[in-house]
Design a protein around this ligand. Structure first.
Ligand code: ZN
Length: 328
């Protein structure tokens, strides 16, 4: 009885304070409004024997596999955090990981071609799931990317389709888990929908004339397409980070930045920001160097999951372009 009373008292006080202090509540409008908290996904049904061994080429894909598979899967990642998938060479231990996997999840669209050799050399009979299969891509003039721009994860509605493809791939390798994979995939897709809506609300707070992006390499076309931004130009004039701009291309970009009234250049976690920083200085605009593009960030960075990456980038972009990064 005594315990019950002492526990109940602070609660009653808290309620009273909340009711009698509307002014304080109103002032809290300036408090950051977080992105919607992802729903807790349904627990995976246990798998008889060992969890399904899955290797994903990138951390973003590994996150999707974890979301869909839960405890039923053991996921390895080849590409380390902050590493550049365009310019990556697998290590010998990556071959061992692929040899031991029951399922290999590859991105496709020319982003992780290095995995082709790895899969061939491993001589594995693992199922290979190409996560971007069947996705409508944005066209590219780049011969290297004849199937279209590979940076599809910057549109959560396209990620929905990737999640379905991954769930189907896991189910083919582990049919008993089909219902579990389907339930978790559906719950995660609801998180993707909430993310998409929250990004739209935040982008809407950027003054219309400032909804323009100059990025380091051409990674954000899907984000721009989905949320009504314009990619005015890119420092590295390619979908691939290994290209280098000519002096003429740099001059042209500086001209565009001035003509379009661009206010910031966005560098990224996977590539040196030096060139972008020099250009920003020459153009007299802000350099923002903490965008996460082709790779998740370190654990604890806030961008160590796909949802975290998208939330972080949205906050960085909205703040740099004069919007309200804390819009509800
Ligand atoms: Zn890229």
């Amino acid at each position: 009885m005594v315990r019950l009373r002492t526990a109940a008292l602070p609660l009653a006080l808290a309620v009273a304070v909340a009711i009698t202090a509307p002014a304080a509540t109103a002032r809290q409008a300036a408090t950051p409004v977080p992105f919607p908290t992802p729903a807790t996904l349904p627990a995976a049904t246990p798998r008889a024997g060992e969890p399904l061994a899955v290797v994903a080429t990138t951390g973003i894909l590994a996150d999707f596999v974890r979301q869909v598979g839960g405890e039923r899967v053991a996921v390895g990642t080849i590409l380390p955090a902050n590493a550049d998938p365009h310019d990556f060479e697998p290590a010998p231990e990556d071959l061992v990981a692929v040899e031991d996997a029951a399922v290999v999840v590859q991105h496709g669209l020319g982003l992780d071609e290095w995995a082709d050799d790895l899969i061939d050399n491993a001589g594995t009979d693992a199922a290979v799931v190409v996560a971007t299969e069947g996705i409508a891509t944005l066209a590219s003039e780049d011969e290297e990317f004849a199937e279209g721009d590979p940076h599809v994860w910057f549109d959560p509605t396209r990620v929905r389709t990737m999640v379905d493809t991954i769930a189907a791939g896991l189910t083919a390798a582990d049919p008993d888990g089909g219902a579990s994979y389907a339930a978790r995939a559906a719950a995660y897709q609801a998180d993707l929908d909430a993310l998409d809506a929250a990004i739209q609300r935040r982008i809407a707070t950027i003054p219309e004339e400032r909804r323009k992006l100059v990025t380091n390499h051409d990674a954000l076309a899907y984000f721009a397409d989905r949320y009504g931004l314009t990619v005015v130009g890119t420092v590295i004039p390619s979908l691939d980070t290994r290209a280098e701009p000519s002096a003429r291309e740099i001059d042209a970009l500086l001209g565009l930045i001035e003509a379009e009234g661009v206010t910031a250049i966005f560098a990224e976690n996977t590539t040196s920001p030096d060139l972008a920083a020099r250009l920003a200085e020459d153009a007299g605009v802000t350099i923002v160097d903490d965008l996460y593009t082709d790779s998740l960030g370190d654990e604890g960075s806030g961008a160590d999951t796909y949802l975290g990456l998208m939330q972080t980038d949205t906050g960085v972009i909205v703040a740099a372009l004069g919007g309200d990064a804390e819009a509800a």
